[in-house]
Design a protein around this ligand. Structure first.
Ligand code: FDA
Length: 569
């Protein structure tokens, strides 16, 4: 019927997809449909409550993807959480709002993505943001900022929780971390992230609810007559037009909805925003990817891009847990982001040269693991970039989250730029079957070394005055399991048996030039297609030091402008 014809069809009403849907439907004369597998979570308390982190895990709105056995990390599978809802993963995430280090975004342009650098992305961070200036009470508890780093008129509310941790904590953390060489950073959202900080969240302070992508970009605009969300509907694959010898032309998307299988037609473009664990799988089901993989599942090749689904980069998360000597109320947002030098101290140059001398070997291993789908030289360039960021540009090496709450003081942490590379590929011709996800956690020694090095650093922080006065017994790892003088191998086995995914997968449909192993160009259009774009965490070519949503909102804002420029004259 006529209700299945639109100008733009967006697959995935998540963090990125809803931005694009909102901005494109600002053009009154185009129609936009969003296909979303999940449903509304507007009235889901697990989503809206600001103190409910984790409540949605394992419920119907969590895809809870299972990885392959992680052979470098003890052998077990991991659960990779992702939101299945209008609003996507922004409805279940930790709400932290931190961007990236300037040089990281600048590296996108250095690697051939013309127009993508910090200065060109920065206005879009601001465009998406509606910063909530801290109250006097919040300021007293450590909320601080530079006005020029923040936007006032965007849809996404960013600020500090209504109830923050007691004001006595920040000075104690500050004095402690200063002794470990980590200084206070008043606002890490200006492109310079190293330091101890009290970061903002994606929160509507007055309503005291999570501000996810749906609350920000969709619900206030749901009555636009040219914007339609088709929920509870699963996208199988792209439907192609007649082959005319040139670039492939998408005419729509095959979906399985409440009324069975049908096609939703797109007269202008199909945009994939299904997330980094799903967008590459949809491309493969549509005939775009590595010919060997498609052949195995009887899918005819439309465009040969062997890197689709490769280059998967996630981080690994462990936690230390202490008895608290006080009772803390309020939602803490303290993070320390030390550099590699601050973590490794005098050993830093030894660590750096060990990593450097092995990069070529790692690149070769990644290429072999991909059966040649990614080229050694391209991987090496990416690993070298990462090495330079860590050891020459001194970007943050780890995020250490500090959580005083109730009668406990815990810390979760993740090294920010692991060298391991994995993949996500379909494992069946049936689109409803989840893809095989293999992050290859701890594939290379420096990643496991980093996980141990940061844990040791955190233990040292909790032993340093004045922070040591706030905590009692170490419950985890605990000195009976990991003694004070524990060897590397004792720490490593604790890491392997307790780590989890940090839920920041990126890179599976990388924005890079085609000869460097990219799948989309700087216009985010899939190579070899006329009108298919990918706009979500898949396109981020290299892992970031910030949490992802702030940058994904900015990418989607900028991408929307690029698309609009094509259709408005
Ligand atoms: P996103 O997952 O948002 O959207 C994809 C959408 O596509 C989903 O709605 C999904 O249901 C839909 N979909 C998938 N396949 C489909 C199909 N075949 N048909 C139809 N629809 C389909 N970031 C941050 O900034 N701060 C933080 O504190 C945290 N913390 C955190 C905690 C946890 C537990 C997780 C899982 C993640 C985080 N993150 C985070 C990461 C961040 O939330 C995440 O990277 C982004 O929300 C991803 O946005 P995307 O647009 O890429 O996909």
């Amino acid at each position: 019927g006529s209700d299945s014809h639109y100008d733009f069809v967006i697959v995935g009403g998540g963090t990125s997809g809803l931005v694009v849907a909102n901005r494109l439907s600002e053009l009154g004369d185009v129609s936009v449909a969003v296909i979303e597998a999940g449903d509304s979570v507007l009235n889901n308390h697990n989503v809206s409550t600001t103190t409910g982190y984790g409540l949605s895990f394992g419920t119907a709105i969590d895809w809870a993807y299972q990885t392959e056995d992680q052979i470098y990390a003890g052998g077990s599978k991991q659960t990779m959480r992702a939101g299945k809802a209008i609003g996507g993963t922004s409805t279940i995430n930790g709400m932290s709002y931190t961007r990236a280090q300037k040089v990281q975004i600048d590296s996108w342009e250095k690697f051939g993505n013309k127009g993508w650098n910090w200065d060109s992305l920065f206005p879009y961070y601001l465009k998406s943001e509606q910063f909530q200036v801290p109250t006097a009470d919040q300021a007293a508890r450590g909320a601080d900022y530079y006005k020029s780093y923040h936007g006032e008129h965007g849809p996404l509310k960013v600020g500090w929780p209504k109830f923050m941790t007691n004001s006595s904590v920040l000075p104690i953390l500050d004095q402690t971390f200063q002794q470990l060489g980590v200084s206070y950073n008043r606002d890490i959202n200006g492109g310079s992230m190293v330091g101890l900080t009290v970061h903002p969240d994606t929160i509507d302070r007055e309503a005291n609810v999570r501000h996810d992508a749906a609350r920000a970009y969709f619900w206030p605009y749901e009555n636009r007559s040219n914007l339609k969300i088709i929920s509870n509907t699963y996208a199988n694959k792209i439907v192609w037009g007649e082959d005319s010898g040139g670039d492939a032309v998408a005419v729509g998307v095959e979906v399985r909805g409440v009324e069975g299988v049908e096609t939703i037609y797109a007269s202008k473009e199909v945009i994939l925003s299904a997330g980094s664990l799903k967008s590459p799988a949809i491309l493969e089901h549509s005939g775009i990817g590595n010919p060997d993989i498609l052949k195995k599942h009887g899918i005819s090749l439309k465009v040969n891009i062997s890197s689709v689904g490769e280059n998967l980069q996630d981080q690994t998360n462990n936690g230390l847990f202490y008895e608290g000597k006080e009772f803390w109320l309020g939602l803490p947002t303290f993070s320390a982001l030390p550099s590699a030098e601050q973590i490794y101290g005098d050993d830093s140059s030894t660590v750096a040269s060990r990593v450097s001398s092995n990069l070529a070997d790692y690149a070769k291993n990644v290429s072999v693991a991909s059966n040649g789908a990614v080229q050694e030289a391209n991987v090496l360039a990416a690993l070298q970039l990462q090495y330079d960021l860590v050891f020459k540009s001194h970007v943050p090496f780890a995020e250490i989250v500090l959580i005083p709450i109730g009668h406990s003081f815990s810390s979760e942490y993740w090294p920010l730029l692991p060298f391991s590379r994995g993949s996500v590929h379909i494992q069946s011709p049936d689109p409803s079957e989840a893809p095989a996800i293999n992050p290859n956690y701890f594939m290379f020694a420096p990643d496991l070394d980093a996980q141990v090095g940061v844990a040791r650093f955190i233990r040292k922080a909790f032993e340093t005055s004045p922070l040591n006065h706030l905590v009692g017994e170490e419950y985890a790892p605990g000195f009976e399991h990991v003694p004070e003088d524990a060897s590397d191998s004792v720490w490593q086995s604790w890491v392997r048996s307790n780590y989890r995914s940090n839920f920041h997968p990126v890179g599976t449909v990388s924005m890079l030039s085609r000869d460097k192993g990219g799948a989309v160009g700087p216009d985010l259009k899939v190579y070899g297609t006329k009108n298919v774009r990918v706009i979500d965490a898949s396109v981020v070519p290299f892992q970031l030091c910030g949490h992802l949503t702030s940058t994904l909102y900015a990418i989607a804002e900028r991408a929307s402008d690029l698309i609009k420029k094509r259709y408005v004259f």
